[in-house]
Every structure is written in C-alpha cells, then in structure tokens.
Design a protein around this ligand. Structure first.
Ligand SMILES: Cc1cc2nc3c(=O)[nH]c(=O)nc-3n(C[C@H](O)[C@H](O)[C@H](O)COP(=O)(O)OP(=O)(O)OC[C@H]3O[C@@H](n4cnc5c(N)ncnc54)[C@H](O)[C@@H]3O)c2cc1C
Length: 411
C-alpha cells in the first residue's frame, strides 16, 4: 500500500467521506474546496434565527450506509423520520388529491385502486389496467421512462402521475430520463412478472419496511459538520476558497500553487446540459397550515394553471424539529425550473394557491440556485461523488467508502 499524501479535490460529502476514511487509516490528507464552506450541496441555510438545509434535506434509508456513517460519527441518535402523511398531487385542472399510495415514481402498482381512479379518472385508470394484458416485451426497448409508461399504461398515468413525480424528484421530464437511471431494476421486474404494475408491486415489496427517507434533527448539514470535525481529529487538512485548475502527473495546481500527492476527484463535473433549479424557502404566518392541508407537500402537474412551482415541501409539516424550532410559524420550500422573475412574490402566490389558504405574512425568505446534472468521471483518477456514484447521499456515501477502501488496499 502506498503512503503518498492524498489530495482530495472537492469538499462535498463525497470528498469528506473519502478524506476521513483515508485519514482514519493513517494517510496524510488535504481537502481542497473551491467554495468558502465545506459540504457542497449539503449546506446550512440560515433563516429566521435557525438553520435549515439549503439543498439536500434528507437521505434515502436504502442500504443503511448513511445511518452507519452517522453511527460512527456519533450522531445516529439524531436521525429523525419525516411525518408519514402522504404527499399530494396538484393536478392540471388546479385541484389537489393525495398521491396514490402504492407506486414507484408515480407508476401505480394497482391502476384500478380507488386513489388512482381519484387522481386520474376512471377512463385513464382502465387504460392503465390494460398493462396487465400486454405482453411483457411491450415497452422493452423504450428510450425513456416516459415512453415505457405511455406504451404500457397510457397518457393518463404518464402525464398525470409520473411526470409530476419525476419532475419533482429528478428535476427532469420523464421523456429525458432513461428507464435504468430512473429505476435500475424495473426492466428486469417487468420481464420476470409480466407487467409494469406487477413490477411496481414487486419493487415496493422488496423495499425495506418503514420510511424510505430520514433526516437529522437540526438538518442534513449536521452530517457535514460531524464529518469535518472527525476528519480534523484524524489530521485531515481542509482548505476552503481554493480552486484546483489543473491535475498534473504528481498532484494538482490550485490557485497557482503546485501541491504534490495522489489525487482523488470529488468535484461533480457539470453535464453538457445542466438544468438550473431555484429553491425558495419561506417562513410564514398562516394558522390554517397547522392542519397540514396538503400533508408534507405537493408535486405539481406542468399544466396546472396559475402556478409556476413544480414542487412544494411543507417543511414544518414534514419535520417535527422544524415545527418545534419555529412555534407559530410555518416553513414552505418551493422549487422552480430556472428562476422566476420575482422569486419570493411568486413563491408566496404559489404557496397560497397550492396549499389552498391565504398566506397572511411572509416573515423571512431565502432564494437559492442550484445546477443539476453531472457527467461521469472525466479521466482514470479515482473519482467519487455524484458523477461516479449517482445522485443522492445513499449512493454517494457507500461509493466513496468503497473507493477509499480500494485506495487503501490497492498498489
Ligand atoms: C436542491 C437539491 C436537493 C437535494 N436533495 C437531496 C436529498 O434530499 N437527499 C439526497 O440524498 N440528496 C439530495 N440531493 C443530492 C445530494 O445533495 C448530492 O447527490 C450530494 O450532496 C453530492 O455530493 P458530492 O460530494 O458528490 O458533490 P457536491 O456536493 O457537489 O460537492 C462537490 C464539491 O466540489 C467542489 N469543487 C468543484 N470543482 C472544484 C475545483 N476545481 N476545485 C476545488 N473544489 C471544487 C464544489 O465546490 C463542491 O463543494 C439534492 C441536491 C440538490 C441540489
């Protein structure tokens, strides 16, 4: 095993995980981060005297890697589950219904279930049920999730259920999302079970019982603080406000300085067609929201009249700790493709329409802009993060752990 010092380029969660793991094994590690703060997409949002999350606010529980890391860092006791009430769907006609309960990415496991019929209407539900009668091969070569759902279940499900969910979860249109990226096991399950609905039921049955996502009391960014504190304890050197401009044969050039060491990329290079996403967080006074009229939030049909947002999270209904931190007030977070002209005014308007209640007063607001879409590794260097692992902490963290192990056991 080599004992060269290691330079980790990028101080997002992936870079922090790999740096800590290498330092625990006794390697000298420096993290170089372009921004003034560590954490990348997991950073705090100071608002109304508390800290929420500026972007990622939860993690998928699948695989257990995030909880295992939290345990090592001593913060597993602060893992919290969201309120289990359902998300809602704001439909193209402006009305709202709870999102059907049994589904994957909006695809129903039972197209004729009462909540599906309520959401898309009886004719569309009957069309979707034809999926059962189609040979398994129909849709096998679909170029996208949108096409697969359309050919098997029809437009009602594709446009009315899947599109709002995929836009809200993946920030893209179902026609621009490859089936295997959306759900890696879906094609195999259709082949094995004979229909899309049966595949969805099988995927749901395989998912572990309990909540599929969790968060931390005090925000997801607590994971970053804990990683940094533990990394420091084990000797990691963190340098912020430093941009790496070149990787050389024996290290990197960062702001004109040549640093030597084995390089690990943790930078998430943008894809050729990155999408801009704007998040508007509002702290509001609106007593009618105490009853959480739309559960933990809504996904929104693109054609919904008079609303520009594509998703709304009722943050203080979703997370008990937020509700306790801001008594008498509510937090809502709205996301937009691109940036609305007047984001705060637009978000206040949209929140009132979507939640079906006047927003009496916005006491605090914050607007953040994020670029979505990364490309895969750009060279042969060890690479961690979204580009190499896929989006989301449940993918990024175990992958970074594996890459660190590979470095430690490799030549
Ligand atoms: C709005 C939003 C909501 C999200 N919600 C969730 C969620 O709820 N749950 C979930 O699991 N995931 C969520 N994600 C995704 C998740 O946050 C990311 O998948 C994960 O944080 C990516 O970590 P990373 O380390 O790969 O990349 P990043 O966090 O992007 O870190 C890369 C770092 O590299 C730095 N860098 C880049 N180039 C250089 C350079 N040349 N020199 C030095 N430094 C450089 C960047 O400044 C950055 O800090 C969300 C993302 C966004 C944007």
């Amino acid at each position: 095993m080599s004992s060269d010092p290691v330079i980790v380029v990028g101080g997002g969660v992936a870079g922090l995980v790999v740096a800590r793991r290498l330092a625990l094994a006794g390697r000298a590690v420096t993290v170089l981060e372009r921004a003034d703060v560590l954490g990348g997409q997991v950073v705090p949002l100071p608002i109304a005297g508390i800290e929420l999350d500026a972007a990622a606010e939860s993690f998928a529980t699948r695989g257990g890697a995030v909880a295992a890391l939290a345990d090592e860092l001593g913060i597993a006791g602060d893992i919290v589950l969201p309120n289990p009430s359902p998300a809602w769907l704001h439909r193209a006609d402006g009305s709202a219904v709870p999102l059907p309960a049994v589904g994957v990415l909006g695809i129903p496991g039972d197209p004729l279930a009462a909540d599906v019929v309520r959401a898309i209407g009886r004719p569309a539900a009957w069309r979707a049920a034809l999926d059962r009668a189609l040979p398994a091969r129909v849709g096998r070569d679909a170029a996208s999730l949108g096409e697969l759902v359309r050919v098997r279940m029809g437009r009602g499900v594709a446009d009315g259920l899947v599109a709002p969910v995929v836009r809200g979860v993946h920030s893209r249109e179902p026609d621009a999302l490859a089936v295997d990226v959306a759900s890696p096991r879906l094609r195999a399950e259709i082949a094995a079970r004979g229909s899309l609905a049966a595949a969805v039921r099988a995927l749901r049955a395989q998912a572990p019982a309990g909540s599929q996502v969790a968060g931390f009391r005090g925000g997801m960014h607590r994971l970053v603080s804990a990683l940094v504190a533990d990394g420091r304890r084990h000797g990691v050197v963190f340098r912020t406000g430093v941009t790496v401009t070149e990787v050389t044969a024996d290290g990197v050039v960062a702001d004109g300085e040549h640093l030597r060491g084995r390089v690990v990329r943790a930078t998430s290079e943008p894809s050729a067609d990155p999408r801009q996403l704007t998040l508007v967080t509002l702290v509001v006074e609106a007593p009618a929201l105490d009853a959480a009229p739309r559960g933990t939030g809504l996904l929104i049909a693109a054609e919904a009249p008079g609303v520009e947002a594509r998703a709304l999270t009722h943050v203080s209904a979703k997370w008990q700790w937020v509700r306790e931190a801001l008594p008498g007030r509510h937090v809502v977070r709205l996301s937009y493709d691109g940036e609305p002209q007047d984001p705060v005014a637009q978000a206040a308007h949209d929140a009132a329409v979507l939640l079906g209640t006047p927003i009496d007063r916005v006491t605090d607001a914050a607007v953040g802009s994020w670029s979505r879409g990364v490309r895969g590794p750009v060279d042969d260097l060890p690479s961690v993060g979204e580009g190499a692992a896929g989006t989301g902490l449940a993918s990024v963290i175990p992958h970074a752990e594996r890459v660190a192990s590979g470095i430690l056991t490799g030549p």
